[in-house]
Design a protein around this ligand. Structure first.
Ligand SMILES: Cc1cc2nc3c(=O)[nH]c(=O)nc-3n(C[C@H](O)[C@H](O)[C@H](O)COP(=O)(O)OP(=O)(O)OC[C@H]3O[C@@H](n4cnc5c(N)ncnc54)[C@H](O)[C@@H]3O)c2cc1C
Length: 651
C-alpha cells in the first residue's frame, strides 16, 4: 500500500463494519433526509449514508432562495394538478408526472415540517411588512407570480441544520463521510432485489456493509461528464463537487432502469471556471428576477408580458398577462411555452436590433425598496452558494445596491457562453425510472430527488424524498433482511482499494479530463451511430488501459478516484442511451445527423435502458404511463391524505 502515515485519521484499510437497518438511505441531501424522517416516523430503524456532512451537504446545504410549487399553501390560487400538468406540458410530456404531482401536492406539507424542525419559512420579524409579495396574515413571502402565490421566498440556509437535528431526534443512524459505492442485490432477472449497499469511509478507508430490507437512492445526478477543469474542480458545475452521479453508476451496475439519459443541454451555468460564480452577475433570471436592467448608456431595458405588451411598472413584472391564469418561473423554466410564459425583458436579438448597447447591468437602485431588499439580501444571501461568496464578499468590498450596478453581459442566465459540445445534465434531465411508489425496477429499491428522471428543485426533492421513505417503510412489513453476498464484498473491496496499491500511476484528474474530452468529441450536440460507437470504444479503452494505472495516497484522494470511475460508468450509460434513440428529438435536445426525422410519433416515448450481463437492454414506456395524476395519487395515498388533513386541515 502507498504511504498513509501523514494522514490525520485512523488507518482502517482492511477493516469491515456491518450495519443493519429496516430502511437504508443513500445520500443525505434534502431528499435523503426526508426519506429517513418518513421511515423513522413509521417506526422503522433507519441508517443514512452521506459522503459529506449531512448538516450542510448537498445542493441545498448552503441554502436556496425559493420554493417552487407550494400549491397548497393557504394563499395559493392554483391547484396541485394545474401546476403539475403545466410542468408536464411545458416539457412536451417528457416529464415526470408522478414526481411533479407529489411535489405540488405534498411540497407545502414538507415546508411546514421544516418549520417545525426549526427552519425559517416566513417573515416573522416583519422585515417586509407592507410589501406586495407578503401575506400579512401568515407572513409568507412570494416570488415570481404575485397573483397566484404558489412560489415562496424562504430562508434556505436554515433548512439543512434543521433536518439534521430532526434526524438525530428521531434516532436515525447517520454515517457521515461514507461514500456508497455499490448496491447489493440477490436473485436475477425479474426477481432481482436490493439487499443493501457497500461503501467506504472517506477518512479512514474502512469498508462499510449495509444490510437493509428497503433502500432509497438519493445521491443527486451526474456532473463533470462533459465539463471539467482540473484547476477549478469545485467550480466545474452548478451542483456540489461531491455529487457526480455515483447513485446512477451504482444503479447502472446493478441493473436499475433509467430513462431520458440521452437528454443533455448546452452548458449554461457555472461551468468549468468560465462563468462568474453563480448569481454573482446582475442578470434578471431566477434569484435576480425581475431586476431592472439597463444598457451601457444607462437606458432601461423594457420588460414585456406573454403577449409582447410593454410593461410600465415594476409591479407588472410579477403579474400574469390579461387573460392568463398563471405563469411559470424558477430554476428549470428558461423559455416557457406561450400559455405559461411570464414577463421577461425583450428578446436579446431584438434588443440588439433596437440599438441597446452591451454590456448590460442590473440596477437595483431603480427598484422599489422592498423589491431591492428581496433580491439583494434575501434571495442573494439565502440562495445556494451565495451567502459568503456573493453577498458577504461583495458587501465587504463596497457593493451597495442602492448606489451601484452589477454587470452582466446580457440578460437571463448569460454569464458565459458554451460550445455545442460542452454539455450538462441540467434542466430536468434523465434519471431513474420508477412507478407510483417511486420504486425502481428492483424490488426493495426506491429513489428520490435529483436522482429521479426529470427532477428539478427543492420542493421536488423534499416531497419525493418523504414519499419514497414512507413507501419504503411500508414495504418492509415482514420482509426479511438478507445478508450481503460475501463474494460481492470481497470483489468490491478489491475494486475500491486497487488505486492505493499502484505507484507512480495516473491521477484521477487526468482521467476525468480525458473522459470529458471524449464526451465532447463523441457525444456533443450532433450525434450519429458511428460517433457514439467510437466514443464507447474509446471509453472502454480507458477502462482497459487507464483505470489500472490510477493511483492515490489517502482515502480522500481514493474517494475522488472512485468518483471518476463512476463518471466513466455514467458516460457509457449516456452513450448507450443515445444509441437507442434513432431519431432527433426537440424536447430532449437530441440531434441526430443520420436521421431526417424529428420526434416522429413512433419515437415519442420514454426510452428506458438498463444493464444486464454487461449489455445495454432497451425498453419503452408511453409518455403518459402514469395515468391521471390526481386519481392515481389518491388511490395510493389515502392513509397519508387522512393523516395530513387531520394535522393541517383539508385543502
Ligand atoms: C446553487 C444551487 C441553487 C439552487 N437553488 C434552488 C432554489 O432556490 N430553489 C429550488 O427549488 N431548487 C434549487 N436548487 C436545486 C435544489 O437544491 C436541488 O434540486 C435539491 O437540493 C436536490 O436535493 P437532493 O436531495 O435530490 O440532492 P442533493 O441535495 O444534492 O443531495 C445529494 C446528497 O448525496 C450525497 N452523495 C452523493 N454521492 C454520494 C455517495 N456516493 N455516497 C453517499 N452520499 C452521496 C451528496 O453529498 C449530497 O449530500 C439549487 C441548486 C443549486 C446547486
Amino acid at each position: 500500500m502507498n504511504n498513509v502515515y501523514a494522514w490525520p485519521y485512523a488507518n482502517e484499510f482492511g477493516q469491515r463494519e456491518t450495519v443493519r437497518s429496516d430502511v437504508l438511505v443513500l445520500g443525505g441531501g434534502l431528499a435523503g433526509c426526508f426519506a429517513a424522517i418518513a421511515a423513522a416516523r413509521k417506526g422503522r430503524s433507519v441508517a443514512l449514508v452521506e459522503k459529506g456532512a449531512t448538516e450542510r451537504s448537498g445542493s441545498a446545504g448552503s441554502g436556496f432562495d425559493h420554493w417552487e410549487s407550494a400549491c397548497s399553501n393557504p394563499c395559493s390560487r392554483v391547484t396541485p394538478k394545474e401546476i403539475a400538468e403545466a410542468y408536464i406540458e411545458e416539457q412536451d410530456e417528457y416529464s415526470n408526472g408522478i414526481a411533479h404531482y407529489i411535489e405540488c401536492r405534498e411540497g407545502y406539507d414538507r415546508l411546514l415540517d421544516l418549520e417545525d424542525f426549526g427552519g425559517k419559512i416566513r417573515d416573522t420579524e416583519g422585515l417586509f411588512r407592507g410589501a406586495e409579495f407578503r401575506d400579512e396574515k401568515t407572513g409568507l413571502l412570494f416570488a415570481y407570480d404575485y397573483t397566484n402565490r404558489f412560489t415562496l421566498r424562504v430562508w434556505g440556509t436554515t433548512f439543512k441544520p434543521a433536518l439534521y437535528r430532526e434526524l438525530k431526534r428521531l434516532g436515525v443512524r447517520v454515517f457521515d463521510r461514507v461514500e456508497a459505492t455499490c448496491l447489493a442485490t440477490a436473485g436475477s432477472g425479474g426477481e432481482k432485489r436490493c439487499t443493501g449497499a457497500i461503501g467506504m469511509n472517506t477518512r479512514t478507508g474502512k469498508l462499510m456493509v449495509f444490510e437493509a430490507a428497503a433502500t432509497v437512492l438519493a445521491m443527486s445526478r451526474p456532473a463533470r461528464i462533459w465539463l471539467f477543469n482540473p484547476d477549478l474542480v469545485g467550480l466545474c458545475e452548478f451542483r456540489p463537487t461531491q455529487s457526480i452521479g455515483s447513485g446512477h453508476a451504482m444503479g447502472w451496475r446493478a441493473g436499475v432502469e433509467f430513462t431520458m439519459m440521452e437528454k443533455s443541454v448546452r452548458g449554461e451555468f457555472s461551468a468549468a471556471g468560465r462563468s462568474f460564480p453563480p448569481y454573482g452577475t446582475g442578470n434578471n433570471h431566477n434569484t435576480w428576477y425581475a431586476a431592472t436592467m439597463v444598457d451601457a448608456r444607462g437606458v432601461e431595458i423594457p420588460y414585456v408580458d406573454r403577449d409582447g405588451r410593454e410593461l410600465k411598472t415594476v409591479s407588472e413584472r410579477y403579474r400574469p398577462a390579461p387573460g392568463q391564469k398563471f405563469f411559470l418561473k424558477g430554476g428549470v423554466i428558461d423559455e416557457a411555452k406561450y400559455p405559461y410564459r411570464g414577463p421577461e425583458t425583450l428578446d436579446y436579438d431584438e434588443l440588439m436590433r433596437r440599438g441597446y448597447k452591451l454590456p448590460f447591468y442590473a440596477d437595483l437602485s431603480r427598484m422599489p425598496e422592498m423589491e431591492r431588499r428581496a433580491i439583494w439580501g434575501l434571495m442573494v444571501g439565502e440562495e445556494g452558494k451565495t451567502r459568503i461568496p456573493i453577498l458577504e464578499n461583495y458587501t465587504r468590498r463596497g457593493f451597495d445596491p442602492e448606489k451601484h450596478m452589477l454587470q452582466s453581459y446580457g440578460t437571463g442566465w448569460q454569464s458565459a457562453s458554451f460550445l455545442g459540445q460542452e454539455r450538462q445534465l441540467f434542466g430536468a434531465p434523465g434519471g431513474i425510472m420508477h412507478d407510483w411508489d417511486l420504486k425502481t425496477n428492483l424490488d426493495g429499491l426506491y429513489a428520490a430527488g435529483d436522482q429521479l428522471f426529470a427532477s428539478d428543485c427543492c420542493g421536488f426533492a423534499c416531497a419525493t424524498g418523504y414519499y419514497a421513505g414512507r413507501k419504503a417503510a411500508d414495504s418492509v412489513g415482514g420482509a426479511e433482511r438478507e445478508k450481503v453476498d460475501p463474494a460481492l464484498i470481497d470483489r468490491e473491496e478489491a475494486r475500491l482499494y486497487a488505486p492505493m496499491l499502484v505507484r507512480d500511476g495516473m491521477n484521477w484528474r487526468e482521467l476525468n479530463m480525458a473522459i470529458s474530452k471524449a464526451m465532447q468529441n463523441y457525444c456533443g450536440e450532433f450525434k450519429c451511430d458511428e460517433l457514439l460507437n467510437e466514443g464507447l470504444d474509446l471509453l472502454n479503452s480507458y477502462e482497459r488501459d487507464s483505470v489500472p494505472l490510477l493511483c492515490c495516497d489517502n482515502p480522500h484522494e481514493l474517494m475522488r478516484t472512485h468518483e471518476v470511475l463512476d463518471i466513466l460508468e455514467v458516460a457509457r450509460l449516456i452513450l448507450n442511451a443515445c444509441l437507442l434513440r434513432k431519431t432527433s428529438s426537440a424536447p430532449l435536445n437530441f440531434r441526430r445527423t443520420d436521421s431526417d426525422l424529428t420526434d416522429p410519433p413512433q419515437d415519442r416515448a420514454f426510452l428506458t435502458i438498463r444493464q444486464e450481463n454487461g449489455k445495454a437492454v432497451g425498453g419503452r414506456k408511453p409518455l403518459r404511463y402514469f395515468g391521471d395524476i390526481e386519481t392515481e395519487y389518491i388511490k395510493r395515498n389515502e392513509a397519508y391524505i387522512a393523516e395530513r388533513d387531520a394535522r393541517y386541515g383539508s385543502r
